[in-house]
Design a protein. Sequence first.
Length: 163
Amino acid sequence: MKKRSGPSASRRTQRSRIPRSRRPAAERGTSRNSTRRKIEGAAASISRTTLLIGAVSLVVVGAAITSVIVLPLQTYLGQGDEIDRLETELERMMAINGDLQAEVDRLRTDTGVEEAARDQLGYVSDGDERETILPFPDLPTDLPNGWPYGVIDEVMNFRMSNP
């Protein structure tokens, strides 16, 4: 290596310098302020974590309370309506059973058997005449257009709507 001559060369030879960076903290990415920010960030992340754990535990506790208290209470309160509905249905069924029992008691007599045979089987007693009456057929309700039929159509519609 060649030595330089001049004023700068004399300075270099006089002092030997140890090679080091001028701003070691800045090059490492740390300084007093950034260290403080990292500590504050860590504290903030701890509080965020604590907040998240608190929110999750609140949801779990709320779900537990709902499943242990609210749902059984809702079922208990709904049972009153169900009991009322079933009691009404029971009364209706008992009335139907009473009517059917009266029909059974009537059919156990001789007159009840004869009456049922007449109605259901077409039984005819001695000296009776059998006459079959067919139901009246349905008549067409659409009438042709014209003078008398418009009035008749209105009368029929009125009578059909008001029995």
